[in-house]
Design a protein around this ligand. Sequence first.
Ligand SMILES: [Zn+2]
Length: 372
Amino acid sequence: MLQVFIQAQAWDFDDDALDAELDYVQGTLGATGVTLVAGCGPLAALRVRRRPDPVVVRTRGGLLFAPDDEACAAIRCRPIVAEIARGRNRLGAAVTAVRDRGLGLRVALSTLRLGRLAERHAACAFKNALDDVSPTRLCSTHPDVRAMVASLVAQVGRMFAPDAIVLHDWDLGWMGEATAGLTIPVADRDLVCGLLAVCFCESCRQQAAERGLDVDAAVRSVRVTLHNVLESGPAGVRSFAEHLAADPVLRAYVADQSTRLTRATAHLAGTCGIPIILHRTGREHADSLEFVQRSVTGVCWQYSGVEFPDGCELEFRVEAETVSRPQGLVADVGAATARGVTAVTFAELGRLTPPAGEAVKQAIRYARRSAF
Ligand SMILES: [Zn+2]
């Protein structure tokens, strides 16, 4: 049977809306489960449902529940609770209500973008070959970051006992974020962004050096390539993947990071006792997907209208196009399930205007008929 999840934020259930909203999710839309967000990065969201007027919700991000203080005391890269979640246990109430209705429950957790952690713990932050330290993104191979993610996964498992934990932004390099705010003045955007999305923080350098890799040569390679591309335009190499294939030093460096992330993820999945689903946007380093995919229970691929890998679930983000072209969503979801996709997620509840909700409802009905 096709599993259908609606992703929701705890604040979507404010104003005593919990029962009514779950009625809508289960009864009107026909979803089989809810994915509740338990930790997020900075975000601003326009919420439209059940409000006399639209509301903009802003948060600098962080955990959306009160963590276990004792467990957190042992974490060096210690997460903070988002301002928006302080004082009220909205997430706990939502978890209970979802379970009481017999709906499936998943918990989604931001990892590397979790609110303000990169800013507060610069030593754990992503750092590119130009020594630019990201204020918003942690390094996925840093031991303190891994310890933090492992602890949070364990805590979420204990507190909420979800059917699965969906890890967001747990990957190597995300081109959009590593270069956010930068104007890339050349056509080789993929190559420039890819190069700037390779981490050379102290931890990454040290771990690579311990494995006998030539870190200085890898840094030099990135800098020289950036210089050449920005100075004189393309040298016949178009994509980052093509560049890696032609650069054995940098390829070995990136492959080593992939291997270490894969092992860490496999360890996480092996110890937490709850299925781990990786959320992928399709913008991560392409070669990290295959490695990481093998180490977890599932992959939730954010569908963007382009080809998606076999064996993954799909997430559909409900945007303006959904409202103006609802038949597009119905066709995309139907085609995915006809191809064997067994679970889909719609993100997210607070963004569902009446017409968008109608499109999601139709898509779910049609997909059920198309599913195996
Ligand atoms: Zn690093």
